[in-house]
Design a protein around this ligand. Structure first.
Ligand code: TYM
Length: 328
């Protein structure tokens, strides 16, 4: 039996943090042999909010470098940049015509990003989930490994696939999200009531490229409560978040971790957690730097990835156009 297709992506906007790593990239790497994988750098999603062109270019390279450094093997998995495969925007337009405006108005991420009530959010930001649905549906995707915050977007992709199939005949596979039990939602270090987010300011996250000094400082200052006993208790959000990060980086069980920290205080936990993160990120950073110094290698990987992706995507788009009566 052929392998299930897994598709996912990250925006090359600003830093990539340990929330992205633990919620998404780590599970991509873990599922690498199980699925036929496609990992995209979604630059067209990034430009739904203003980007500095020079930084966007560099961040696009860096995101690809992170995929490779984390252990995605480009020989098996397809790694490519979204804007290099034109079928994404074409299919997004077609899907726009079967999407209800009400569906997009209900997207919580759009509502959060436009909370201030100003009406200068771009139409691209509003339409963002439809482009994401196009990304997913072009490849016959069965599985979408993401963090919890993308669940609603994947549900929209499912609904659009079903609606299109009902109107025009079976065309798209119906995708489902894969969301980890632990790590689905890494919380902000300075505000553990909200998810870790690149837009929240540097004290909120640990970037994959942060130096050991910065990592130590951010973890030591992370918000916790005034308790003393170290236990996995979701009601103690700050502590729970630090323990979850510890668990995902160490691979240990909750029981092993609680036992290890018996009669130790929060500052012990923070010190050990900082050491652990530094230990895991240092080799990753070295590899990221290696790829960033070898842009020609990155270009080769991305070019060959785009070629492989384009082959699949163009075929799907052709079928879609035929079904719609757009081509003979
Ligand atoms: P983006 O770039 O915001 O985030 C990339 C991935 O990281 C996950 N993530 C988190 N996981 C756990 N805890 C957190 N605090 C946290 N913050 C982010 C996200 O859930 C995501 O998996 N719309 C997507 C990109 C995208 C995409 C796609 C994903 C575009 N097309 C098609 C899958 C399939 C996004 O903005 O992710």
């Amino acid at each position: 039996m052929s392998k299930k297709v897994a598709f996912s992506g990250i925006q090359p906007s600003g830093v990539i943090h340990i929330g992205n790593y633990l919620g998404a990239i780590q599970q991509w790497v873990d599922g690498q042999d199980k699925y036929a994988n496609i990992f995209c750098v979604v630059d067209l999603h990034a430009i739904t909010v203003p980007q500095d062109p020079k930084s966007l270019k560099e961040n696009t390279y860096r995101t690809a470098a992170i995929y490779l450094a984390a252990g995605i093997n480009p020989k098996n998995s397809i790694i490519f940049v979204q804007s290099q495969v034109p079928a994404h925007t074409e299919l997004a337009w077609v899907l726009n015509t079967v999407t209800h405006t009400g569906e997009l108005l209900r997207m919580t991420q759009f509502k959060d990003k436009t909370k201030t009530g100003s009406d200068n959010a771009s139409v691209g930001l509003f339409d963002y989930p439809v482009l994401m649905a196009a990304d997913i549906l072009l490849y016959g995707t069965n599985l979408v490994p993401v963090g919890e915050d993308q669940k609603q977007h994947v549900e929209l992709a499912r609904n659009l696939a079903q609606r299109f199939n009902n109107r025009f005949g079976k065309t798209f596979a119906i995708p489902e999200p894969i969301i980890r039990k632990s790590g689905a939602r890494i919380m902000g270090l300075d505000d553990p009531s909200k998810k870790m987010s690149k837009s929240a300011g540097p004290a909120n996250y640990i970037a994959l490229t942060d130096s050991p000094e910065i990592i130590r400082k951010k973890i030591m200052r992370a918000t916790t409560d005034s308790g003393t006993v170290i236990k996995f208790d979701p009601k103690r959000a700050g502590l729970y978040n630090l323990l979850t990060i510890y668990q995902l980086f160490s691979g240990k069980t909750e029981a092993q971790i609680e036992k290890h920290f018996i009669r130790k205080g929060y500052s012990n936990l923070k010190r050990e957690l900082a050491d652990l993160i530094i230990d895991k990120l240092t080799p990753l950073q070295k590899k990221i730097e290696y790829y960033m110094k070898n842009k020609r290698l990155l270009d080769q990987v991305l070019k060959s990835g785009a070629k492989r992706a384009d082959k699949i995507a163009s075929q799907t788009l052709k079928e879609v156009k035929q079904k719609l009566g757009l081509v003979a």
